[in-house]
Design a protein around this ligand. Structure first.
Ligand SMILES: Cc1cc2nc3c(=O)[nH]c(=O)nc-3n(C[C@H](O)[C@H](O)[C@H](O)COP(=O)(O)OP(=O)(O)OC[C@H]3O[C@@H](n4cnc5c(N)ncnc54)[C@H](O)[C@@H]3O)c2cc1C
Length: 417
């Protein structure tokens, strides 16, 4: 083995979960190398938000804080939210006692004596903050731009064949962690199969500037054609009365493609005709993108010398913005298993040790995926009996009590369903 090209742990993918994994391992004394084709670009002051944003729940804000990355984020682009509004469009169905087209409930952090439910922040701001913490860690190296081309699993190590900006490069590692997202090359080359289920909807993300100060509330509505959401973002420093927001529109792929082909002005008119008047008025649109929706779950997360984290292991319906939150929980769990194995002198690269991580996270991720699917499919049924059940559920959620506080604790990442 060429020891000059050897690291204890190679992390393939330096996105949010891969970068967090590198920091979480920084006090183990193990040598770690992050392999990433596109190092993060910092958001320039005064620029509109990037389309890719995350709602970080409070538990994961605390986790990033422990890694030293929360304070490294550009505070002007972090937006806290304290309330969560959930509406259902009754769409012409007359429910007994209904006085409005919308069946609504609001969850408020103050009910559980919390300052906030979480924060909205651009993915690139999170990733840049994590990378900015790499500088002080002697045991951590980065290969970038570099991408994994081939993985050869051996008894004593794993050989990674990389493409470093057109130049081939070989690296040996004791353990490889696949953190390169939904199309994980580590997963594929380790022969781990994946259960993939596409949803019928596509999601369009529209960045809008509102003609109103920023909201402290996320808004989500279930309509017959698919969910709609408005997520509040930061306000520009020089225009505090014109905040950014991310509008999310789920619909049939053909409808999303047609909407995305419109001019920004025509799309704004469509949004104004479709979304409720109570939302803040739109001043202008700054960007649009769309994604097919898919659910994916790896058949296993670990084997000898291989572990998967984040979207490489699981892709969830983004309905409740839980994707990276689950990824950070994977990071916490896997780093704890490696720490414990090291301190007890156990082989941290072996499947039987790594299985402790897989057993902890696989069922929890499965449970969250199934909960999101129950919401997604449950709200699609338009028959009166389904509407009555949902109405009763939202009405119950509208009353103070233990169940309601559990929903909020769950949204904050502080408990399981
Ligand atoms: C519409 C939408 C909205 C969402 N909203 C939210 C939200 O509000 N909250 C939330 O928690 N989650 C949300 N998610 C999910 C979230 O974005 C993902 O779960 C998250 O980005 C996964 O992070 P990751 O680091 O595992 O993977 P990725 O973000 O995909 O990062 C993978 C990294 O690996 C690198 N890479 C790829 N191939 C290779 C290779 N061959 N070699 C080396 N490196 C490679 C890539 O350059 C990238 O940096 C949303 C997703 C969608 C589609």
């Amino acid at each position: 083995m060429d020891t000059s090209n050897y690291v204890d742990i190679a992390i393939v993918g330096g996105g949010m979960t891969g970068a967090a994994m590198a920091l979480a391992l920084s006090d183990t004394g193990l040598s770690v190398c992050v392999i990433e084709p596109r190092p993060p670009a910092s958001a320039e002051a005064g620029t509109p938000p990037d389309l890719r944003i995350s709602s970080l729940n409070q538990a994961n804000c605390d986790f990033l804080d422990r890694l030293g990355a929360f304070d490294a984020m550009d505070a002007s682009r972090i937006h806290p939210f304290t309330r969560l509004a959930v509406w259902e469009d009754l769409a012409g169905t007359t429910l007994p006692g209904a006085r409005s087209r919308w069946n609504r409930t609001i969850f408020d952090a103050s009910e559980i004596k919390a300052d906030r439910l979480g924060v909205m922040v651009e993915n690139q701001v999170i990733q840049s903050a994590l990378w900015s913490c790499f500088d002080d860690i002697d045991t951590l190296s980065c290969l970038t731009p570099a991408r994994l081309e081939r993985l050869t699993l051996g008894e004593d190590s794993v050989r990674l064949t990389l493409d470093c900006d057109g130049v081939p490069h070989d690296l040996e590692a004791g353990l490889v962690i696949g953190a390169e997202g939904a199309r994980s090359a580590v997963r594929e080359q380790a022969g781990i199969s994946i259960d993939t289920r596409p949803y019928e909807h596509k999601a369009m993300i529209v960045n809008v500037q509102t003609a109103a100060p920023t909201l402290d509330m996320t808004w989500q509505a279930f309509t017959p054609s698919g969910p709609h959401a408005l997520l509040p973002l930061f306000a520009p420093a020089d225009q505090p009365d014109k905040a950014w927001a991310s509008l999310i529109w789920y619909d049939a792929p053909a409808r999303i493609d047609a909407l995305q082909s419109l001019s920004f002005e025509a799309l704004q008119t469509e949004i104004e005709q479709t979304f409720p008047d109570e939302l803040p008025p739109i001043d202008h649109i700054s960007g649009v993108g769309s994604f097919p929706l898919v659910r994916q779950h790896a058949e296993r997360y670990v084997q000898d010398r291989v572990a998967l984290i984040g979207d490489a292991a699981h892709v969830i319906n983004p309905l409740a913005g839980q994707g990276v939150n689950l990824g950070f929980q994977d990071v916490e769990a896997l780093s704890r298993v490696i720490h414990d194995a090291l301190s007890e002198g156990r082989p941290w690269w072996r499947q039987h040790v790594l299985l402790e991580y897989a057993m902890k996270r696989k069922w929890a991720n499965q449970l969250m995926m199934s909960t999101m699917d129950a919401f997604y499919h449950g709200f699609r049924h338009q028959g009166l009996p389904f509407k009555l059940v949902r109405n009763a559920g939202l009405a119950l959620a509208g009353h103070a009590g233990f169940g309601r506080r559990r929903v909020m604790a769950y949204a904050m990442g502080l408990s399981h369903p």
